[in-house]
Every structure is written in C-alpha cells, then in structure tokens.
Design a protein. Structure first.
Length: 327
C-alpha cells in the first residue's frame, strides 16, 4: 500500500504536495453551501468532491463546504451562485421549481414509484435534459443527489385520511407545487425556509411539515412532531449546481475535472444516503415517534385535479411520459 510516508520518501526531496489536504487548504478554494448539518450525506458528498479535486490537482483546487445554512436559505444560495458570489449550491429541487419550471416534474407528487425508478430517470435522458436547463439562468447542473421520499408529520394527531390534515398549518418549501398539494388536501400551507421549521413546530406557529426520514432526524424535528404518516408523496431530489460564471472562468481541463468529480460523487452520495436513511428511521422510531400508514387512494383522489393541472403544461406532460415509461 502506498502510505503517505512512503509517497513522500519516494519523492526524493522534491517539493511535492501532500496527499491529503485539509478542507479549504487548496490554492483555489471553491465555496459550497448546504442547509444541512455537518455529516449529512449531501454535505459529505461535496466534501468528498473537494478532497478528490485536491488530490487530482495536487492541492491546486479544493472546496470549502459551508453547512448548516451558514450562508443563508436555499433560495439565497441559488441567487448567489447565479451571480458568481458562491461557487456551488446544493439545494433541493423544491427551491428551484418556481424559477426553473422543468424541475416541477421531479417534485410533483406520485411521479416516481421508487428510488430505483427515480435514479433510472435522473441517470438518463430526463436527468440530463433538466440539468442542462439550468444554464439558461447562470447555473450549471452538476448532478442530482437522492432525497428519497417526503412524508407528512405533525404535532397534533395521526394522519391517515386527508380529512385528518384538515385545517392543520403545514410548512412547505418555497414551491407552488407543495403549496397547491397541501391546499388540495385541505390543510393550510405555510412557506418557511428550512432553518425556521424546528422553532416553528416547537412554538406551534405550524403544526406539521413534510420531509424525508434523514432530514426529520438530523434537524431534530422529530423531537417536536411525534406523528409521522407514510404518505410517500414526493421524491423531489437534491440538485448540485455550480455558478456558470465560475465554471466558465476555469481552464477547459479543470472544468472537465469538476464535472467528472461531480458525476463520481453521485454513487458515493447514494451509498452514504442508504445507510443514513435506515439509521435515521430507526433512531426516530426508537425515540417513540408514532408511524401511521395512510389511505393512499384517498390522498391520490384529493390531489388528482391539482396534479392534472400541472400536467396540462406540454413540456411537463412530455417529461412525465418519459418518466412513466421507465417505471
Ligand atoms: C430536505 C432537503 C433540503 C431542504 C429541505 C426543505 O429534504 O434536503 O435541501 O430543501 O428538505 O424542505 O427545505
């Protein structure tokens, strides 16, 4: 095995950069923003990109990840990246829906049947087309990451039927799809940024929200919302975006390297994700959160007109057909 000591010894006194670089130590440090806590699979995947870039360029390129929302909301990160003030924004597609309408198809409820189905679509022509669409507005779509599936949870009661949600104030991300979906179920949608959700649940400004197991756990929202419902409604994935201006300013070979390393971070992220999701669910259930199965038919029936209204948009209908053909 080539250890660091042996590598340095074999360099015979030449001024060679070390094999491992601390985050942010490279000559050119790209900045990345994520709302999630340190250790979350998206944070770790971008950090892995930074380590890989540093290794491949002998310390010339690296990434510093500002996690836990240190650089603000996802909508802020998107705009900062568009204008070149931030290099990499890791956000959920829900934060992109209103500005990039093609992303609607990825967040729309009941479009994907499973993670495997979603991965097939994102890894193929549908994913490539949507990633490409970001370029029209100052961004380069580097990759999509997993976020599995979103479900409702609340601090009031078990939710089985849509009528159980009636009148509840439910936090949604800043996307019309989520606002319309929650409204179609008879609840009151409240748009809040991710960082505000825990306190809003705790102070009863809202009564519920919806997200995946990993986020529910790592944000500690499970401590203040004790009823989870397996609504499995949206597979809205994560998007990894880069400032088009910043990427365009790099040399062609560095540009190709960044794109390649981003693509390679996807399987890495997925392996972290699968493990973390199972651990998160187990921890939440152990902490006593009640899990209810829902009446899926009733949920689909209540929201069918709302979903159909989005699919009247020809581009979304076309993508929907493409996705369903891979089901
Ligand atoms: C999570 C996602 C975050 C953020 C959050 C939210 O699943 O990973 O990027 O978008 O949802 O609902 O705001």
């Amino acid at each position: 095995m080539l250890t660091r000591r042996r590598f340095l010894a074999s360099a015979a006194g030449a001024a060679i950069a070390p094999l491992a670089f601390a985050e942010g130590e490279a000559q050119t440090v790209l900045t990345a923003a994520d709302v999630h806590v340190d250790g979350y699979p998206t944070v770790e995947a971008v950090r892995w990109m930074g380590t890989t870039l540093a290794r491949e360029t002998r310390g010339r390129l690296g990434i510093r990840v500002y996690h836990s929302g240190q650089l603000g909301r996802e909508t802020d990160a998107i705009n900062l990246a568009r204008f070149g003030a931030l290099d990499i924004a890791r956000v959920n597609v829900s934060a992109l829906n209103n500005a990039f309408p093609l992303t609607d198809i990825l967040a729309l409820p009941y479009v994907f049947d499973s993670t495997a189905h979603m991965r097939r679509c994102l890894d193929g022509a549908t994913g490539r087309e949507i990633l490409h669409a970001f370029e029209a507005r100052g961004l380069v779509g580097l990759a999509f990451y997993d976020s599995r599936v979103r479900c409702f949870y609340n601090n009031r009661r078990p939710v089985v039927e849509p009528s159980d949600l009636k009148g509840l104030k439910i936090r949604v991300p800043p996307s019309d799809i989520f606002v319309d979906f929650v409204r179609a179920l008879g609840a009151n949608p409240t748009t809040l940024s991710y960082g505000e959700v825990f306190a809003a649940l705790q102070t009863h400004l809202i009564e519920g929200a919806e997200n995946n197991w990993t986020t529910f756990y790592t944000s500690r929202q499970f401590e203040v919302a004790r009823h989870w419902s397996e609504s499995l409604h949206s597979f809205a994935p994560e998007a990894l975006l880069m400032s088009k201006r910043r990427l365009g300013a790099m040399s062609p070979s560095d540009r190709a390297l960044v794109l390649d390393v981003a693509a390679k971070s996807v399987p890495y992220m997925r392996s972290l994700w699968d493990r973390q999701e199972a651990e998160s669910r187990a921890a939440v259930e152990k902490a006593g959160v009640q899990v209810a199965q829902i009446d899926r038919r009733a949920f689909e029936k209540a929201t069918a007109p709302m979903i159909a209204s989005y699919l009247r948009e020809p581009e979304l209908m076309r993508l929907h057909r493409q996705i369903r053909a891979l089901a």
